[in-house]
Design a protein around this ligand. Structure first.
Ligand SMILES: Nc1ncnc2c1ncn2[C@@H]1O[C@H](COP(=O)(O)OP(=O)(O)OP(=O)(O)O)[C@@H](O)[C@H]1O
Length: 330
């Protein structure tokens, strides 16, 4: 039996901009195996969120969204399922956590009643069983006094604790896949590290696969088994985390890595940045999407889109510099 949990095939997500359909996600392929943590990294506007939200059809409220391609979850194409079926999968076999826990938690219900509701609804537990399981989940996420937290309202908790409650809720149905979209961005550094540690532990304990969306290369290095680097809707480089950090090939990946602050930077010395910014969808270049910000780009890069080439097993780069050296196209 295949151990693939999720397979995204040639996904395009298009929005109408100035009366044209433009792709915010432009031909993404992605495969997540059981127990694997895959990171998707890129600057704001690279399409990470649209891609991850599409998995659970969270963009369907944009009446004008158009999908092409396939999102296979346990063999079923999520893009073809009716929304009521997707709602059954959400929070049950696939859970999602966002940057802002308050978007997922109701302010007018206690933590306990929200957690219990998920458990009675998805797991068919009775009131007593749901309470027991809810407290167990709060404990698992490292909440110091879970019985007390059960009775509290979200606003009574600190940001880090709210995040833990959201994680407890997301994990209470023991999903096969957790989608974590910038789950630590709003938190301070020590709490960030604790939340990453928690995701790592739960991945090991429960064998749960994780799709981790971030713009933070440091978090990727800490947590992920492999990484996709996204720019303007496309995956421009993918590899195991170790390989990507040791041998980054795409100029965009190299730029992202050089921006990580490190010890030894002299006082007053500016931190490196990737010059320019991610253009809007209406200004995506014709050739290589990164050409307007790439120091190595030439006329060919500006006019022709590079193919994705496998330069070493599992290491794929979408840049003319590597395509020209005759590597295998994927
Ligand atoms: N409903 C919409 N209509 C038109 N364009 C949209 C719509 N939703 C998103 N976009 C565009 O899609 C692109 C990708 O957005 P997305 O939010 O996925 O980026 P991101 O990499 O996740 O950034 P962030 O980290 O800020 O969330 C952006 O250019 C955004 O403006």
């Amino acid at each position: 039996m295949s151990d693939t949990i999720l397979e995204i095939k040639d996904l395009h997500v298009l929005f109408p901009v100035h009366k044209k359909w433009l792709p915010a996600v432009d031909g993404v392929n992605l495969k997540i195996e059981k127990g694997e943590i895959t990171g998707v990294v890129g600057e704001s506007g690279s399409g990470k969120s649209v891609m991850s939200q599409t998995i659970l059809r969270l963009r369907d409220h944009d009446t004008n969204v158009r999908y092409e391609g396939e999102i296979l979850f346990e063999g079923e194409d999520l893009l073809k399922q009716p929304l009521n079926k997707i709602r059954d999968i959400r929070g049950d076999r696939i859970s999602v956590i966002f940057q802002d826990p308050l978007t997922s938690l109701s302010p007018v219900h206690t933590v306990g009643s929200q957690l219990s509701e998920v458990l009675t609804l998805h797991k068919g537990l009775n009131k007593e069983q749901a309470k027991e399981k809810a407290i167990e989940m709060l404990k698992l996420t490292g909440i110091p006094n879970p019985e007390n937290c059960f009775k509290q309202y979200p606003y009574e908790l600190s940001g880090g604790m709210q995040q833990r409650v959201m994680i407890a809720m997301a994990l209470s149905c023991e999903p096969k896949l957790l989608i974590a979209d910038e789950p630590t961005t709003a938190l301070d550094v020590t709490i960030q590290e604790q939340i990453l540690q928690l995701i790592r532990e739960l991945n090991e304990k429960l064998g749960m696969s994780v799709l981790f969306i971030t713009h933070d290369m440091g978090a990727v290095a800490n947590l992920c088994h492999n990484v996709k680097v996204m720019y303007l809707g496309q995956v421009v480089e993918e590899a195991s985390t170790e390989e990507l950090f040791q041998n980054p090939l795409h100029p965009y990946t190299q730029g992202l890595l050089s921006c990580i602050p490190h010890l030894g930077v002299k006082k007053g010395e500016p931190l490196p940045v990737i010059e320019g910014s991610v253009p809007p969808l209406s200004k995506v270049p014709v050739g290589c999407h990164f050409c307007t910000r790439c120091k190595m780009a030439d006329q060919h890069c500006m006019e022709h889109e590079p193919p994705a080439c496998e330069v070493a097993p599992g290491h794929v780069v979408k840049c003319w510099k590597y395509a020209e050296s005759g590597k295998q196209e994927v």
